[in-house]
Design a protein around this ligand. Structure first.
Ligand code: MSP
Length: 514
């Protein structure tokens, strides 16, 4: 069914360049956005950079730049990386833009006017890398439990948000909206956190000037998290264009990492309630890509040695191709679980799924068209034995994409690839004499490949377009909505097909055992 889909990634800190961990969230959000576009939905896909806070001010100073110069540079690197990975965002927000200042100030002034903000003193242990406070109990013996660095004791007179006033309202809201947070384990985690009791939160800083000024107190700027969450409203014109907010906000989906669940699933809905706005429609929480069991992309100081678990996505894209990297990020781990990242893992997926299963299917079918059908593609049979497999896979894929399960959608697509390969092996058209029998088998396989190309487009758009071209079709599978294209029997055939290079030449090196 056609509808609207407003999908967001978290906005990335610009203390560092993009790494595979940030690419993971972004590519998943991109594939979801693309699937919805293919489905004929109106889509808005937002990503961007989170540029305020102590961490950014420190990173700029370390590099001898002003925060503005620093954030300009790094934010651009995110845009470059996403362009290179075919990330089809509709809007890229920077929290240092005037439109964001305007929305943040409006939104928070509304909360202030509604009586949910007051002045108090904050004391706590602070981790600059998390830009977050920890209680003594939540700390790892005075160290940050994520970054394993000493926490700093801080005391400040700040403005506070009365989060505690929203405990009951949040619980009721969760009850009424069972799909507010997915997967269910993460929903339970958020709910348990709420039911465990909520403390008011400090939302401003006076020790820092690198932030959005508090409109009612010019000695303070907003705490970076408090301005950051509001980006999702800035991009749809909150405070500037009510119609745009009405158009997108009821269809909003945030994809966020598990370490920022509390901000998105507790603070953020409460902030919206305090501002008199319906909370976000849906938050899907993803797990981490790990390397050696640690979160990828993290800088840690262990026993005085700085270890950076950093991998540059663009290098991987150069080594394996953009689509192979995207495929690996989408296929290897269910969106919600943690997964171990490895070069060997990419090579294995590349060789098994892309080179052997998909690449081989396309090569052998096009080769048979050339050798047995005079290079002209035959049409499929309306009642082919492959039809049922294809229809089942299409339905299962649609369901998986709707449920934020790209991995599952791709498994279904590969199921169809496997059925088509098995079908070809059963009839071995390459051994047949040219004639109607070969044409029937090959026409069926070509139709299955057409449906595979459509299904692949959200995940691996370049190869989907290339397969389309090899089938003799013009344009891209994305030119036509699914309802009009993803049906058995629409491949008309009669197109000239030529022999071409393998889509994914096998990689014979690292990770190869045989
Ligand atoms: N700036 C905040 C988000 C503010 S949103 C209003 C932030 N930025 S971040 O750059 O640290 O992380 C952004 C996203 O990247 C998070 O969802 C985080 O989980 C994701 N990832 C960073 N490293 C990751 C992995 N190793 N694996 C999976 N996702 C990871 O938090």
């Amino acid at each position: 069914m056609m509808g609207r889909f407003y999908i967001t990634t978290p906005i990335y800190y610009v203390n560092d360049a993009p790494h595979v961990g940030s690419a993971y969230t972004t590519v998943n959000a991109d594939a979801l956005a693309r699937w919805h576009r293919l489905n004929g939905d109106q889509v808005k896909f937002l990503t961007g950079t989170d540029e305020h806070g102590q961490k950014m001010a420190d990173a700029a100073a370390r590099n001898g730049l002003t925060p503005r110069e620093w954030t300009d540079q790094i934010s651009e690197r995110y845009r470059d990386a996403w362009r290179a990975l075919d990330v089809s965002y509709d809007d890229f927000i920077r929290t240092t833009e005037p439109r964001h200042y305007e929305t943040v100030q409006r939104f928070l002034t509304t909360i202030y006017d509604n009586g949910f903000i007051y002045k108090g003193t904050y004391e706590g242990l602070y981790c600059v890398s998390c830009e977050d406070y920890y209680t003594v109990e939540a700390s790892d013996e005075g160290q940050c439990p994520i970054h394993h660095r000493p926490l700093t004791a801080m005391q400040e007179e700040n403005w506070f948000f009365r989060l505690s006033a929203f405990e009951d309202r949040l619980v009721a809201y969760y009850d009424e909206h069972p799909l507010l947070v997915t997967p269910e384990t993460k929903r339970n985690e958020a709910l348990a956190f709420i039911k465990g009791g909520l403390r008011d939160i400090s939302i401003t800083r006076s020790s820092l000037t690198w932030g959005v000024p508090v409109p009612w107190d010019d000695r303070h700027v907003f705490y970076v998290w408090y301005d950051a969450l509001i980006n999702y409203l800035t991009a749809i014109g909150y405070g500037r264009d009510d119609d745009e907010v009405d158009q997108w906000w009821p269809y909003s989906h945030h994809l966020v990492g598990k370490e920022i669940l509390r901000f998105h699933c507790v603070w953020w809905p409460a902030m919206c309630m305090a501002a008199g706005l319906e909370p976000v429609h849906h938050v899907h929480v993803n797990g981490w890509l790990l390397i050696g069991g640690e979160k990828l992309g993290k800088t840690m100081a262990i026993s005085g040695v700085v270890k950076v678990t950093d991998i540059a996505p663009l290098e991987l894209a150069r080594e394996f191709g953009v689509d192979a990297l995207r495929y690996y990020l989408l296929r290897e781990t269910a969106l919600g679980n943690d997964g171990e990242f490895s070069h060997e893992g990419i090579v294995a997926r590349y060789n098994t799924d892309l080179a052997n299963a998909l690449g081989n299917l396309v090569s052998r079918v096009t080769a048979v068209v050339v050798s047995k059908c005079a290079g002209v593609s035959p049409p499929p049979r309306p009642e082919s034995p492959l039809r049922g497999d294809a229809e089942r896979a299409l339905l299962a894929m649609a369901d998986a994409w709707e449920r934020f399960a790209p991995q599952r959608a791709l498994e279904e697509c590969w199921q169809l690839i496997a059925s088509t390969n098995a079908y070809l092996e059963r009839f071995a058209p390459w051994k047949m004499e040219p004639g109607p029998e070969v044409e029937a088998v090959v026409g069926d396989a070509l139709e299955a490949i057409r449906l595979v190309a459509i299904s692949l487009w959200p995940a691996t758009p370049r190869v989907a377009d290339e397969i389309w071209r090899r089938l003799g079709l013009t344009g891209s599978p994305s030119d036509t909505p699914l309802v009009e294209s993803a049906r058995w029997g629409l491949y008309r055939g009669g197109y000239p097909i030529v022999k071409s290079d393998p889509l994914f030449p096998r990689i014979e090196r690292r990770g190869e055992s045989a």
